[in-house]
Design a protein around this ligand. Structure first.
Ligand code: ZN
Length: 365
């Protein structure tokens, strides 16, 4: 500005600058309109921008600063009033920027408070809790009883060789259990185990004698599904081998088992039977837990319910598992888990357990 500026020109310039600032500050006043998610970071960014605006309009190199310097060159008669105007304008511009800054700072403060506040009274989003399958619950009850009696829980394989599924269990070549119509065979000659008794052999081979173990698990038969049959079902196998084990130990053990499962008034009954892997063999019944033996729908009016098969381990089975039958004797038993479970819950159809209908399964929480 070489030549002396006119008073009017300077006034206009001041007006222009403060007008531009006003326009510029407008973009700092719409912070509330932003969504809550960008609110805090956006407000912090705007606070930085506002600092630039302050420098741009009031800084040492600003247009306003150079205008301020021109006061000295204004004609003497108008200098005082122009100086006053410059001061007023500066005060107004500073105040508007301060106001915008304070407003942004307030927003940031409020947003931080919201972010850092956790309302402990808000209801949480609770995931729907699942629960165990009724057969799993039943298996665990059975396991708990036998573990308390000193039995180990063994896990067995579901696909077996002929040796473990038949030969080692004294099931000879001509036995009907080996009929392909009764068992699932793979193309490589393996069979899906048709009873959990296979685990007896594995356990004795691995642990030797004496041994006390139960083996709960799935078994497979080529049955057509109906209310009391399914091609896959659950058994629990029990085995106790030691010196001097007799049929009395078998009866005492199963008696104790039904006492703990169905109550101390429950009685047991042994009926002579035949299984290739036990000699002698017996079917085991227990007195009906519903009617106590008087007869009801559950026990089909006979007072007794079948528990499973049992007997003294056949010497050939001990031999197949490398246990000397001259030194050791033992008993074994097998119970149906799903069958027992169906009786307890008074179900007429065991297929309900395997259909995975949540409306049915939810009742067993
Ligand atoms: Zn009954």
């Amino acid at each position: 500005m070489d030549k002396e500026p006119t008073q009017q020109k300077l006034d206009e310039q001041l007006d222009l600058i403060s007008g531009r600032l006003e326009t510029e500050l407008k973009r700092f006043s719409n912070i509330e309109a932003l969504g809550r998610a960008v609110y805090l970071s956006e407000a912090e960014k705007q606070l930085k921008d506002l600092l630039d605006v302050r420098t741009k309009f009031l800084g040492k190199k600003s247009e306003f600063a150079s205008l301020k310097k021109s006061i000295g060159r204004v004609a003497a008669e108008g200098r005082a009033s122009f100086g006053q105007l410059v001061q007023q304008t500066e005060a107004i511009m500073t105040a508007s920027i301060d106001e915008a800054e304070q407003s942004l700072k307030n927003h940031i403060e409020a947003a931080r408070t919201v972010r850092e506040t956790i309302d402990v009274t808000m209801p949480g989003r609770r995931p729907r809790a699942g629960h165990l399958h009724p057969i799993t619950l039943m298996r665990q009850r059975i396991e708990d009883i036998f573990v308390a009696l000193g039995y180990a829980v063994e896990d067995g394989r579901e696909i077996e060789t002929d040796f473990y599924n038949f030969d080692a269990l004294n099931i000879s070549a001509g036995h009907p259990a080996r009929d392909p119509q009764d068992t699932f065979y793979t193309t490589d000659g393996f069979a899906l185990r048709s009873q959990t008794s296979t685990v007896q052999i594995h356990a004795m081979q691995r642990r030797g004698a004496p041994v006390r173990m139960i083996a709960p698990g799935r078994v497979f038969r080529r049955d057509t599904p109906d209310p009391t049959h399914n091609p896959m079902f659950y058994q629990v196998e029990g085995l106790c081998v030691d010196r001097g084990i007799t049929m009395a130990h078998l009866k005492g053990t199963l008696q104790e088992f039904v006492h703990r499962l169905f109550g101390p008034e429950t009685r047991t009954r042994f009926r002579p039977s035949y299984f290739p892997f036990t000699e002698p063999s017996a079917e085991v019944d227990y007195s009906c837990f519903k009617c106590g033996g008087a007869g009801c729908r559950i026990c089909k009016w006979c007072g007794w319910i079948e528990l499973g098969g049992s007997g003294m381990v056949h010497p050939n089975v001990l031999r197949a598992a490398n246990v000397n039958p001259e030194k050791f004797t033992g008993f074994a038993f097998g119970l149906g888990i799903d069958r027992t479970c169906a009786r307890i819950y008074e179900l007429d159809d065991i297929r309900l357990f395997f259909e995975n209908d949540v409306r049915f399964l939810e009742q067993f929480r």
